[in-house]
Ligand binder design. Structure first.
Ligand code: ATP
Ligand code: MG
Length: 355
């Protein structure tokens, strides 16, 4: 395996962010020792912690370090301390500015429920066995970023997409599908929306030209919402625009049992990306040593795979988390009436499965 040096910027952020990123770094260090990798970690401020330190949610030094890095590992940002809607700067602005600054337009959220967590999902376990899917959400366009208007008795939000914006995210989803089980479902609302008609035409053309080996299916977002719950096993990679992806990824997260198990990656044209658990800063449990670190650790596995090209190391980390879960090392939100492991114990169980 490659021994080139890799620069990883760590952005712990707020709430449980520092606890779960510390866990992910400990696991990356164990992997690094196992394979003889040279990983260099550099910690920077973002979110509420950065606002407290210097008044900005994304300090210029943080953005510059992230731009110069091979990958970014992020905890979570935000919390009640910074939630005043009248505040000049808010922690979440740091995340948006980071994504924009790194040109990250594809948000990947894999959902692969582990048997030990099936009971914690609101979906019936027999529907969940064998589920292994990834939702790819467009991250920088669509209705969330279009012009907004407001008058006394009306309001509007503009939704627009260019062919180039559609092509680049569909291309990254199609590459992912090609590396997995070769099936891509594109989600839109082409029976009603003009942007969706462009999305569908562009996707069909691009897939025929560049990915004839990947099976393409189109789904309307309303029926997709239903099928995701009724037959989640049938999906491999799902690609969709920003708002539909926002909604479907939260829905998909319910398949996995706990927010504490779900990683994510935000990717652009280069290899650099931001890797973070999908959960937030969980202020209700921050500082108590009980946060589930597995989502952050699985995000580190995605970092190894997508930004550093270290698939074998990524497999090792994912296997180690699965082993810890198999052995019943469950944090409080998963343990039910059973014995709960703390953040450090769960991290140690993953590290023990690596060395
Ligand atoms: P955000 O707006 O930042 O996404 P949120 O309001 O969606 O935050 P989270 O911070 O994700 O909420 O927390 C939602 C619930 O899930 C909380 O009760 C929290 O304690 C729990 N939770 C989130 N992450 C974890 C974790 N890693 N381990 C255990 N519980 C968690
Ligand atoms: Mg949330």
């Amino acid at each position: 395996m490659s021994t080139a040096s890799h620069r990883i910027v760590v952005l712990p952020g707020d709430g449980i962010g520092p606890e779960v990123t510390a866990a992910a770094v400990a696991v990356l260090e164990a992997v690094s020792a196992h394979f003889g990798l040279a990983l260099a970690f550099e910690e920077h401020a973002i979110g509420g912690a950065a606002i407290d330190a210097g008044g900005e949610a994304l300090p210029a030094a943080t953005l510059a370090a992230c731009q110069a890095a091979d990958a970014v590992l992020l905890g979570a940002v935000g919390g009640p301390k910074w939630s005043d809607p009248k505040a000049r700067v808010r922690p979440e602005q740091g995340l948006l500015a980071l994504r924009r600054g790194l040109g990250l337009y594809a948000n990947l959220r894999p959902v692969k429920p582990h048997p030990a967590a099936l009971g914690a999902s609101p979906i019936k376990p027999h529907l969940l066995a064998g589920v292994d899917l990834v939702v790819v959400r467009e991250l920088t366009g669509g209705i969330y970023f279009g012009d907004k208007t407001r008058s006394a008795d009306a309001a509007s939000d503009l939704c627009s997409y260019s062919v180039a914006e559609i092509e680049r995210v569909v291309r990254s989803a199609a590459r992912l599908a090609r590396a997995r089980r070769g099936r891509l479902v594109s989600v839109d609302k082409a029976n009603v929306l003009e942007t969706s008609r462009l999305w569908r035409e562009t996707t069909s053309r691009l897939m025929a030209e560049e990915f004839p080996d990947v099976a393409l299916e189109h789904q309307l977002v309303d029926s997709m919402a239903m099928h995701l719950i009724a037959r989640p096993r049938d999906y491999d990679v799902i690609v969709t625009e920003n708002m539909f992806g926002d909604i479907l990824t939260d829905e998909a997260s319910m398949l996995a049992g706990s927010l504490g198990l779900l990683p994510s990656a935000s990717l652009g044209d280069g290899r650099n990306g931001v890797y973070e658990p999908i959960h937030g800063s969980a202020p209700d449990i921050a500082g108590r040593g009980i946060a589930n670190p597995y989502a952050a650790i699985l995000s580190a596995a995605m970092l190894l795979r997508h930004s550093l090209g270290l698939a074998e190391a990524a497999d090792l980390v994912e296997g180690a988390v699965a082993q810890a879960l198999d052995r019943g090392v469950l944090t409080a939100e998963l343990a039910g009436d059973g014995r709960a492991a703390g953040t450090l114990e769960a991290t140690a169980a993953v590290v023990a499965a690596i060395v």
